[in-house]
Design a protein around this ligand. Sequence first.
Ligand code: S3P
Length: 178
Amino acid sequence: MKTMKKRNNIILIGFMGIGKGTIARALYKEIGLFPLDSDDLIESAYNSKIKEIFAKRGEDEFRKTEKKLAKFIEKNVNNAIISTGGGFYKVPNLKKLGTIIYLKSDFEGIINRIKNSPNATKKLAKRPLLKDLKEAKKLFEKREDEYEKVADFIVDVSDKTPKQITKEIKKLLQKDNK
Ligand code: S3P
């Protein structure tokens, strides 16, 4: 069988609430590639919110759908900026989807970022795995090293504005293309 070449997408990974969607949109303004979001695509396929998919169909089905979506991206998507749900990094073909950028911060930084945002309540309510902050912290600690391992680039986003983060990513990508 023909093996597929790595796609020319930018894949943003990292924990819930780190700002992957925000950075994807900021990158669109900066470099013009359209932003796609794995959760949005899954919500659109099910015509249902992530919270409802978890409640009605269970996390296992959601994870299977993430894998299906990753296969779809590998086959069909190129030249896009893809922000991903916090657990998407586990799809087996992740490295084939594009350049993987891990947006990194410590747990407290992430929670403060959410709590200080204008729609904090909504941001917490829509994420089933953030319901219990103790459990969420455990999940973060389990994933921290794994995010780093799969990343092509790690960008520390602590105390930086979306503009600063976007500039940093743009520079990394320019170097990577040389
Ligand atoms: C998840 C993160 C969420 C969403 C789902 C599961 C996770 O996306 O995919 O609730 O396992 O970390 P965000 O990272 O956009 O919150």
